[in-house]
Design a protein. Sequence first.
Length: 306
Amino acid sequence: MSDPSPSAPTREGARLIDGTALAKRIRAEVAADVAALRLRGVTPGLAVVLVGDDPASGVYVGAKERASREAGMAGDTIRLPANASQSELLALVERLNRDERVHGILVQMPLPAQIDPDTVIRHIRPDKDVDGFHPVNVGKLLIGHTDGFVPCTPAGVQRMLVEHGVATRGAECVVIGRSTIVGKPMAALLMQAGAGADATVTICHSRTRDLASHTRRADILIVAAGRPRMVTADMVKPGAVVIDVGMNRIADATTASGTRLVGDVDFEGVRLVASLITPVPGGVGPMTIAMLLHNTVRAARRTLDA
Ligand code: NAD
């Protein structure tokens, strides 16, 4: 089976949300903002810290550095060995906190076992925390203050909904997953007052009883569980908007690599029921880096306004 083309409408059923095209547009907007900032003497700087040599993390970090440079930013990756101590990493974060050329700091997760991720996140200056994971930014999101940073993946999902004119006000919105990276901030965003929000939000997780009874009520269903194709057509209300955050690599003997990327939604079945759906790949994935660049430009612009 070939991957769905995000640019082509499906023959029947749902329209596709083309995350690749939207991310490209956002990255072009960011590049224009970077050019304007550079004229005012500020080159937005993103520092990505990678500890160890996990191959998947290496790929993500490489993509972030490339994207930031393509947008005209100063994008740097700082690598520490897998056996680096927590105090070494904290010292690096402190140095980046003080460095005026660095506007955004991102420490790539997961970290090796000897380092506590929460301690590291708490050391990043909140106004450089472009991942939006520092407790100050998490709190601002929950309160509804808009001067913090919102985690990139849920911010990207909200932007997708807005760009496609999805009516969120008063809508029944069900989020599957309660992680601090996706599920919780997604729910917090959608429950706020304002554009792209004002929804009635239900969060489901691994202890939820009768998951389908919740998902079938959803006008907007957002799935971030990390379970390949767990959401099937019978769990989706006809006409619902379905956003698939999941990225799961499964075995597939028909591909050259022997694996294939699938989401948490059974795309082939669900697209016949939904009105709008994101493919995997080409849906939410590309939006995450675009929103990271967006957050970094905001961080840099603030240093001028301060
Ligand atoms: P996580 O493992 O931290 O959280 C998964 C959540 O799903 C948990 O809260 C758990 O309670 C819930 N869950 C698991 N099984 C369930 C079930 N059977 N029924 C109901 N709830 C269930 O994962 P995460 O970091 O939030 O990521 C979720 C998925 O999204 C993964 O596939 C990940 O690769 C993907 N992801 C994609 C992007 C992107 O840019 N597209 C970014 C982050 C995460």
